[in-house]
Write a protein that binds this ligand. Structure first.
Ligand code: SF4
Ligand code: SF4
Length: 421
């Protein structure tokens, strides 16, 4: 796509990546059918191609930021368009840089700013988030009195908040050690579903890996990065760089959103003093399934005969990191399971970080559609590698068929069933 953008007017180290994405789009439209917002809204400007044109207009100076942002705010950042694009357009690099650019130019209303502040001051901090959840549960009976954005947040508060067991910093391998890995514990996930880290450690340990879990870990920066607050993301994430000891085989993440964000550290820290440290750290990080797939698994026992399991692909795993076959290959090693794919599996479930808080109508439509597709499979379990998808899919499966139990599990939990203590 031709353009008249002056890179100096962007004034960001990400400028050349942004311009390169715009230049490489040939306007073919192959990405449109795979874009969830285009599917729902059927508007060119709510498609990847339309959004690229809008961003080009703003960066050239022919369009006001405020005219483009409603369409760009509706983008999930799912990167389905990147997988579909035959020209290799790096849409993710464009939208990440653009959101940082736009956040400097735009002033949001008070309600949006308060909601943003609330999200940014709680979600990346497990202790604050835990207290916020407790407080929110106390306010649930008064839900109807709150403004809509807060009601949407209250709707996501779980019925029960699990108790928190402190994770030991050193978790030895079972039997003879064949390596040593670190574990990133995540922020929201360790509050809502601490069993994911427990089962991750269980699977790694049963497969002969010592697992090191340094205390004092911070958020990976995904929230700031995907809302245009790059400096906050850089500052927060850098705390993790010096926490892990040397000599690890890998640093494991079990949250697709974190793995995807860390994979973008080259872009996030471009032109900063931390660029080298960030790249070194990112090179060590692997998704749990990607890492395990590189090793021969200790044989698993059967958790039950004739269990039907559906695999849901988290966008930040499959589109952002290209991890698709690894979780399937691991699950197929569990005896007694029948694994099936979810139809239209490349389409986002509507979770996408904080999207279900900020764009609740579209998120609801995508969530309900995904739940219908899963329910139609007649499975016992649906499995995935991202806590955000788990919360979203559980909510819409419950709404679809209350009382009918399809278990929503993280891949690590399913694998851990094969390694009973
Ligand atoms: S598929 Fe790629 S090149 Fe074609 S319109 Fe979409 S982003 Fe542009
Ligand atoms: S990232 Fe997802 S929602 Fe955004 S334009 Fe691409 S396919 Fe559409």
């Amino acid at each position: 796509m031709e353009h008249k953008i002056d890179p100096r007017s962007i004034a960001l180290p990400q400028a050349s990546a942004m311009i390169s994405a715009i230049s490489s789009c040939v306007h073919c439209g192959f990405c449109l059918p795979t874009c969830p917002t285009y599917q729902v809204l059927e508007e060119e400007m709510d498609s990847p191609r339309g959004r690229i044109v809008l961003m080009r207009g703003v960066l050239e100076g022919s369009l006001e930021v405020s005219d483009a942002t409603p369409y760009l705010d509706r983008c999930l950042g799912c990167l389905g368009c990147v997988t579909a694009c035959p020209s290799g357009v790096q849409y993710g690099e464009l939208i990440t840089g653009f959101r940082a650019f736009a956040s400097r130019k735009q002033h949001h209303g008070l309600a949006t700013r308060l909601l943003d502040r609330l999200i940014h001051e709680t979600l990346p901090y497990p202790n604050r988030f835990r207290w916020a959840m407790r407080l929110a549960r106390a306010f649930l009976p008064l839900r109807a009195l709150f403004p809509r954005p807060l009601r949407v947040m209250l709707d996501l508060v779980p019925q029960h908040l699990p108790s928190q067991d402190r994770i030991p910093q050193y978790n030895p391998a079972e039997g003879k050690s064949r390596g040593k890995v670190g574990l990133l514990v995540g922020c929201v996930q360790q509050v809502l579903a601490p069993e994911i880290n427990a089962s991750t450690i269980r699977v790694l340990s049963a497969n002969g890996f010592d697992v090191i879990v340094p205390s004092g870990q911070s958020c990976c920066g995904a929230l700031g990065m995907h809302t245009g607050n790059l400096e906050a993301a850089q500052h927060l994430a850098a705390r993790n760089f010096s926490l892990f000891p040397e000599g690890l085989d890998a640093i494991i993440t079990n949250a697709a959103g974190c793995g995807s964000c860390i994979g973008e550290y080259g872009l996030l820290y471009r032109g900063t003093a931390r660029e080298e440290a960030a790249s070194k750290f990112a090179a060590q990080v692997k998704d749990l399934t990607e890492f395990l797939h590189l090793h021969e698994l200790v044989p698993m026992s059967s958790p039950g005969e004739n269990l039907r399991v559906a695999m849901h692909d988290a966008c930040h795993l499959t589109h952002a990191q290209g991890i698709h076959s690894a979780p399937r290959a691991l699950i197929r090693q569990i005896p007694g399971l029948k694994l099936v794919d979810v139809p239209d599996g490349e389409i986002c479930c509507g979770s996408a970080g904080t999207y279900n808080l900020q764009q609740p109508e579209i998120a609801a439509e995508l969530g309900a559609k995904k739940a219908r597709a899963i329910a139609a499979l007649g499975v016992d379990i649906v499995v995935m590698g991202n806590i955000g998808c788990m919360v979203q899919i559980r909510k819409y499966l419950d709404q679809l068929a209350p009382g009918r139990k399809i278990q929503v599990m993280h891949t690590s939990e399913l694998l851990a069933l094969g390694y009973p203590r």
